[in-house]
Design a protein around this ligand. Structure first.
Ligand code: NDP
Ligand code: GDP
Length: 330
């Protein structure tokens, strides 16, 4: 039985990747930070029904010795580094923490693997945010980077460290340059989930307005369930490499609102208000990925349309709010 060590197991991708790896017969060990609210932290794993089937170990990307101990004792065949301070907007408020967790954290884990388990295959969660102020209309593995936030700068460091450890020490280390991917388990502060949760609350009479920032930015949005498959495929290749993972379609926040509100029979223009404090100090206006290398080499392509995914997210948020209302009455 193959063993996978997954950091960021309590996040969106950690939950979907754990489900995929279990389905493939792996022993899955997830690294989680000790929390005073441990019951809340494992909510995503519980939602997907995988919490009881994985092992959890305490660790933090900021603590190199914890990582070395974990890699030593778990003896993973594959290591997936999904942990990060992952929210762009927060990275301007906590730039140093973001640098430590999202940037140096990846270097710590690469060090732990190099020291304790150099034969393990390593996956780094790189991001389309690294393209930032885009240098080409459609972004591929060959497009130059231009990060626009402390988050993107930190991700770029982690990305190049992954490339460097592959080239310097021969680690089987791959980076997935993943474009935005969402699901019912997406963090509530990200725009897709903020919108689908807002739609659900408005539909159920719990709110009337949804405040948003820049409605004109566009993103290439796919489904997290599809994207974790690409991560796994990268580590099944004989040779480690970097891959763009994207849908090839870009959609504005405004259009996202239209799709989500109309799924619930609502008109977004009646409810969405723009608020200047939600505008970012520097914006990434457009992201649009070219995943043809992933298609050619990994046989991967996105399968879920934005409309289907948003419908799934709105329905999940409606169900959550209805369940909360029922438990308040009971
Ligand atoms: P989430 O924000 O949902 O999850 C982040 C995870 O990292 C959580 O489990 C969090 O733990 C953990 N974490 C944060 N800091 C530390 C730390 N110091 N030590 C250990 N664990 C830590 O992110 P996603 O699942 O959406 O994304 C997964 C990865 O992919 C991230 O690295 C993200 O930056 C990257 N990415 C995501 C994209 C997307 O669209 N979703 C696009 C491109 C890249 P806790 O629960 O304790 O907070
Ligand atoms: P990001 O691409 O990783 O930054 O993902 P987000 O979902 O956080 O943001 C996507 C885009 O939505 C960015 O261009 C934001 O400026 C825009 N946006 C507009 N209003 C909001 C909002 O209220 N919250 C968030 N998170 N993003 C918003």
């Amino acid at each position: 039985m193959r063993t996978a060590l997954v950091t960021g197991i309590t996040g969106q991708d950690g939950a979907y990747l754990a489900a995929l790896l279990l389905e493939k017969g792996y022993r899955v060990v997830g690294m989680a930070r000790r929390s005073a609210s441990a019951d809340m932290v494992s909510a995503r794993l519980r939602w997907l029904g995988v919490l009881d089937r994985i092992e959890l170990v305490d660790g933090d990307l900021l603590d190199l010795s914890s990582l070395i101990r974990i890699v030593n004792s778990v003896e993973p065949d594959e290591v997936y580094n999904l942990a990060a301070q992952s929210f762009v907007a927060a990275s301007w408020q906590q730039p140093l923490l973001t640098g430590l967790a999202t940037g140096i954290g990846a270097a710590n884990l690469l060090e732990a693997v190099r020291i304790a388990r150099p034969q393990a295959r390593f996956y780094q969660a790189s991001s389309s945010e690294m393209y930032g102020l885009i240098q080409e209309k459609v972004q591929s593995e060959r497009t130059p980077f231009y990060p626009r936030s402390p988050y993107a700068v930190a991700k770029l460091y982690a990305h190049w460290m992954t490339v460097n450890y592959r080239e310097s020490f021969g680690l089987h280390a791959s980076s997935g340059i993943l474009f935005n991917h969402e699901s019912p388990l997406r963090g509530i502060e990200f725009v897709t989930r903020k919108v689908t949760d807002g739609v659900a609350r408005i539909k159920l009479g719990l709110a009337t307005q949804l405040p948003l920032g820049n409605l004109d930015a566009t993103r290439d949005w796919g489904h997290a369930r599809d994207y974790v498959e690409a991560m796994w495929l990268m580590l099944q290749q004989d040779v480690a490499d970097d891959y763009v993972v994207a849908t090839g379609r870009t959609t504005s926040i405004r259009e996202l609102c239209r799709i989500a509100f109309s799924h619930a029979g609502l008109n977004y223009q009646d409810h969405v208000v723009t608020r200047s404090d939600l505008i970012r100090p520097a914006e990434v206006d457009v992201l649009l990925g070219d995943a043809s290398k992933a298609k050619a080499k990994l046989g991967w392509q996105a399968t879920t349309t934005l409309e289907v995914m948003i419908a799934e997210m709105v329905e999940a948020d409606l169900a959550r709010h209805r369940a909360t209302a029922r438990s308040a009455i009971a």
